[in-house]
Ligand binder design. Structure first.
Ligand code: ADP
Length: 474
C-alpha cells in the first residue's frame, strides 16, 4: 500500500525517496510514503494559507456540512480503517474499531460545536460606545500526531480546527502515516475545498522546524513525548506561536479500601492493558490500601491471566505488539529494575521477539516502592506495578509527586472520601470509579508538564480561535 502526500487537493511526492511502513506484529513491510521535507512543508503551508481565505469566510453551517459528510464516510469505512490501524500500529481489531468510533465522534461533535462559537457584548462605560467580543479562527494550524492512536489523534485536532474556520497542515507519526492518508482520501471524497486539509510525511525534525519557524503557521497542536513538546515550545518562542500540547503522563490508579473491588479490577484492566499499555492515560502505578490489597491482587491476576498476547488481527487477541524494539527494551528495563529492587512478580515479567516484532506478556508486580523506575518514568507497556499505601493522604502525596499531571484514577464508594482525594489531585482528568473517562464532549489534557490547553468539549475549539475586542463609538 503505497500512498503519497496530500497537498492543495493533490497527491504529491511520488518522485521522492520512500519511507517504509511496517506491521509491528509481523515485521512485514506493508507500504510506503514519501520522505517529504522543507519544500513540501512550505508548499502545504502556502496551500493552507490560500485556502484559509475562503474557508474562514464560510458559515459555520457550511463548514458543518462538510464535516458531517466526512463523519459519514469515516463511519461507513470503519471496518477498513480499523483493519489499517491494526496493520500499521498493532492494536487488536476490536480496539481499532473502538478507536475509529471514538475518532469519528470528534468530527460529529465539532461539526455542531462550530455553530456555537459565540461572541459577547459588554456593557459600555459611555452611552456613545458599544463593546463587542468576536471570535475568529487563528489561521493556518499545524498538527503533529503520535502513532498510538493513528486516527483519533488526528480527528481530535483537525475537526475542531476546521470547524473553527482554520485550515490544517498535518504531520502524522512516521510509524502510522497510512491511516492518516486514508483519512485524507475521505476528506477529498467529502469534497472539502482544496488546501483546507494537507498532509506532509517525512523527517520529523525537518518538517517540524519548518512548521515552527514559518510565520504563516499561527498555531501548532501536538500530541507526543514531553521531550519533543518542550522542543516545540522553545521553537515557538521566536514567533510566539500558539501551542496546544498533550504530552506524557504517569497515571496513578488509587484504590481506597472502601472501593468496590470488582469494579476496580475491571477499571484497571481497561485502563492498564488497552493498547498494550501504550496510551498516555494508561494507569502507570497502582496504589492500594491494606484491607483489600490481597483480595484485589488475586482477582486482578485472574482477569489478567485471561488476556491473550499476539497479532491483533487474530480475533481472540487482547494485547498486540509493542510499537518497536526500543519500546520493548524500556518496558523490560522497568520490570527488571523493580524485580532487582525487591518487587514480587505476580504474573508475566517477560516478553518475546518474533521476526522483528516485539511482544510483552501482561505483567503484575506487587510490593513495589516509589523509588523504582517504573513508579517515576512513563512505561508505555502492559505492566501493572502495585504499591501498598496506608492513608488517603499518602495516596494523594504519592500521586502528585511527579512532574506529570494528565490522568489519575480513584476508586472509592464513599462520596466525601472520594471527593476529598479527587479534589487534591493535580491532574487534568480524573476517573472516579471510571477507567475510561475520555469522550468527545469532555475536555482532555494535562496539568503541569503534561501539557497546555484541552482537546474535546467546547474547551477544545477555543485554542483555534482568537478573541477580538471591538469598541465601537457611535
Ligand atoms: P513518541 O515517543 O510517542 O514517538 P514523539 O514525540 O517522538 O513521541 O512523536 C510524536 C510526534 O512528534 C510524531 O509525529 C513525531 O514524528 C513527531 N516528532 C518527533 N520529533 C519531532 C521534532 N523534532 N519536531 C517535530 N515533530 C517531531
Amino acid at each position: 500500500m503505497d500512498k503519497n502526500m496530500y497537498c492543495n487537493g493533490e497527491w504529491i511526492g511520488a518522485d521522492l525517496d520512500r519511507i517504509k511502513v511496517t506491521n509491528p506484529a509481523t515485521g512485514e513491510v506493508i507500504g510506503s510514503v514519501p520522505n517529504g521535507g522543507k519544500s513540501e512543508t512550505k508548499q502545504a503551508i502556502a496551500a493552507a494559507n490560500e485556502a484559509f481565505k475562503g474557508w474562514s469566510k464560510k458559515t459555520a453551517n457550511e463548514r458543518a456540512s462538510y464535516l458531517k459528510k466526512l463523519y459519514e464516510l469515516v463511519v461507513n469505512h470503519s471496518d477498513e480503517l480499523a483493519e489499517l490501524i491494526t496493520k500499521e500500529m498493532g492494536k487488536p481489531k476490536q480496539e481499532a474499531a473502538g478507536e475509529v468510533g471514538y475518532g469519528a465522534s470528534f468530527i460529529e461533535w465539532y461539526a455542531e460545536e462550530g455553530k456555537r462559537v459565540y461572541g459577547e457584548t459588554i456593557p459600555a462605560s459611555h452611552d456613545n460606545k458599544r463593546l463587542h467580543v468576536w471570535k475568529q479562527p487563528v489561521g493556518v494550524v499545524a498538527a503533529i500526531t503520535p502513532w498510538n492512536f493513528p486516527a483519533a489523534m488526528i480527528t481530535r485536532k483537525v475537526a475542531p480546527a476546521l470547524a473553527a474556520g482554520c485550515t490544517v497542515v498535518l504531520k502524522p507519526a512516521e510509524d502510522t502515516p497510512l491511516t492518516a492518508l486514508r483519512i485524507a482520501e475521505l476528506v477529498e471524497e467529502a469534497g472539502f475545498p482544496k488546501g483546507v486539509f494537507n498532509i506532509v510525511t517525512g523527517a520529523p525534525d525537518v518538517i517540524g522546524t519548518e512548521l515552527m519557524e514559518n510565520p504563516i503557521v499561527k498555531k501548532v497542536t501536538f500530541t507526543g513525548s514531553t521531550e519533543v513538546g518542550k522542543l516545540l515550545m522553545r521553537q515557538a518562542a521566536d514567533n510566539v506561536k500558539k501551542l496546544s500540547l498533550e504530552l506524557g503522563g504517569h497515571a496513578p490508579f488509587i484504590i481506597l479500601d472502601d472501593a468496590d473491588v470488582d469494579k476496580a479490577v475491571q477499571g484497571v484492566v481497561a485502563s492498564k492493558f488497552r493498547n498494550a499499555g501504550q496510551t498516555c492515560v494508561c494507569a502507570n502505578r497502582i496504589y492500594i490500601q491494606p484491607k483489600i490489597y490481597d483480595a484485589f491482587i488475586e482477582k486482578f491476576n485472574q482477569e489478567v491471566d485471561k488476556l491473550i498476547v499476539g497479532d491483533g488481527s487474530n480475533d481472540n487477541v487482547h494485547i498486540g505488539p509493542l510499537i518497536n524494539q526500543s519500546a520493548y527494551e524500556k518496558v523490560d528495563r522497568h520490570v527488571q529494575d523493580a524485580l532487582k529492587q525487591g518487587a514480587k512478580l505476580v504474573t508475566g515479567g517477560s516478553g518475546f521477539e518474533q521476526e522483528g516484532a516485539y511482544f510483552y506478556k501482561p505483567t503484575i508486580l506487587k510490593d513495589v516502592r516509589d523509588s523504582m523506575l517504573i513508579m517515576n518514568e512513563e512505561t508505555f507497556g502492559p505492566v501493572a506495578p502495585i504499591q501498598l499505601i496506608q492513608s488517603d493522604e499518602e495516596a494523594v502525596q504519592l500521586a502528585n509527586q511527579t512532574p506529570y499531571g494528565l490522568a489519575a484514577y480513584v476508586y472509592s464508594e464513599g462520596l466525601s472520601r472520594g471527593m476529598k482525594v479527587v479534589e487534591a489531585l493535580d491532574y487534568g482528568i480524573v476517573g472516579w470509579n471510571d477507567g475510561l473517562p475520555s469522550v468527545a464532549q469532555a475536555p482532555f489534557g494535562g496539568m503541569k508538564e503534561s501539557g497546555l490547553e484541552r482537546e474535546g468539549g467546547h474547551h477544545g475549539i477555543e485554542p483555534f480561535l482568537e478573541t477580538k475586542y471591538v469598541s465601537i463609538g457611535l
